[in-house]
Design a protein around this ligand. Structure first.
Ligand code: SF4
Length: 341
């Protein structure tokens, strides 16, 4: 085993973070379902935020087959607040494919990659952590550690292939899962984005980035400003209940309960009309950042009485006092708070 990997594993044996989806260093690996579920949840989301969601999912759907049998709407509602809702849809697609093969995850990175909705990162993580396969597990923390260790001068995202090759080169055949988690932990607790703690780092000896100045790595291509999109959402209230709709299954926030809106997610301009004719007043705007754009959404309150025109399978009256149980995605939960204030 390479000396760097050896030092890192020795550090991990002492310093591993105790996380609910993990097994302690050197003990039998956790079930693939736990690894997979946690890794999907952790993409773009912090460990602290994921903890309670992970616990609730496991309690409600203890196995991948239980999750596969769940109603889409229940899973989407349970996911509400974690963001990046395509992950929840992919989660279900993958759970159902695993259930169809008897509820057992395949054990190699290549076969895992063939499951629907399971990306390259997650396949590597499950293969390494749950099945002990030597695979390059590269999340944002690992990317930063590797870019610094090897002082990779090529900017991201172009440098990803080189970083992956370096990580695979470092990954030992023995304990590859612990190695992957050790790299993640080092990035999260020592080789942090700001103020990396090189003085206590087990990899300081031989770290090229430390000598050149750790804060220079990873090198990033200049960011393009995200465009700002405008939209409107509509608050219709009647006898202590609010009109909610189910968003179309495909597209942004697909399948989630939401306030009716003017179609900002499908069209950047030329938005649709309010669902009812009549008198609307502005309650203010909420702002929300999506991956490719920021949204400024105005909330309009209805003050007419033309409710009979609302109906159909895609909408329902939801008790105003129970709105926190509607599973609204963050954007619409912000809008609801604005209306209720
Ligand atoms: Fe990161 Fe510093 Fe450790 Fe290098 S020595 S891996 S820059 S914390």
């Amino acid at each position: 085993m390479d000396a760097t990997a050896k030092r890192l594993l020795a550090w991990y044996d002492r310093q591993a973070r105790a996380l609910p989806w993990r097994s302690p260093p050197g003990t039998p690996p956790p079930e693939p379902y736990r690894v997979w579920l946690s890794e999907v949840m952790l993409q773009q989301t912090t460990v602290a935020a994921v903890g309670p969601y992970f616990a609730r999912f496991l309690e409600r759907w203890p196995t991948v087959s239980d999750l596969a049998a769940a109603d889409d709407a229940d899973v989407m509602a349970a996911w509400a607040g974690l963001g990046y809702y395509a992950r929840a849809r992919n989660l279900l697609a993958c759970a159902r494919a695993v259930a169809a093969r008897g509820g057992t995850f395949p054990s190699s990175e290549g076969e895992l990659r063939e499951l629907p909705g399971l990306g390259a990162y997650t396949a590597a993580a499950v293969a390494a952590i749950a099945f002990g396969e030597r695979a390059a597990v590269v999340d944002a923390n690992v990317e930063r550690v590797a870019a610094r260790l090897f002082a990779i001068a090529e900017p991201l995202p172009g440098a990803r292939a080189a970083i992956r090759a370096r990580v695979l080169g470092l990954t030992p055949a023995e304990r590859p899962g612990d190695f992957a988690q050790a790299m993640m932990d080092l990035g999260a607790t020592v080789c942090t984005v700001r103020n990396p703690r090189c003085a206590i780092c087990p990899l300081a000896e031989g770290c090229q980035g430390r000598i050149a100045g750790a804060e220079h790595f990873p090198v990033k291509a200049p960011k393009k400003a995200r465009p700002l999109r405008q939209g409107r959402a509509f608050w219709i209230e009647r006898d202590g209940a609010v009109w909610l709709v189910r968003r179309p299954g495909r597209g942004m926030l697909g399948g989630m309960r939401a306030l009716p809106d003017d179609g900002w997610s499908a069209r950047a301009d030329g938005h649709g009309d309010p669902p009812l004719a009549g008198s609307w007043t502005s309650a203010g705007t909420v702002r929300h950042g999506f991956t490719h754009f920021d949204l400024e959404m105005q909330l309009l309150l209805y003050s007419g009485g033309d409710w009979a025109r609302l109906g159909g399978e895609d909408g329902e009256w939801w008790r105003r006092d129970d709105l926190d149980q509607a599973g609204l995605p963050t954007l619409f939960a912000k809008a609801a708070r604005l209306a209720l204030a």
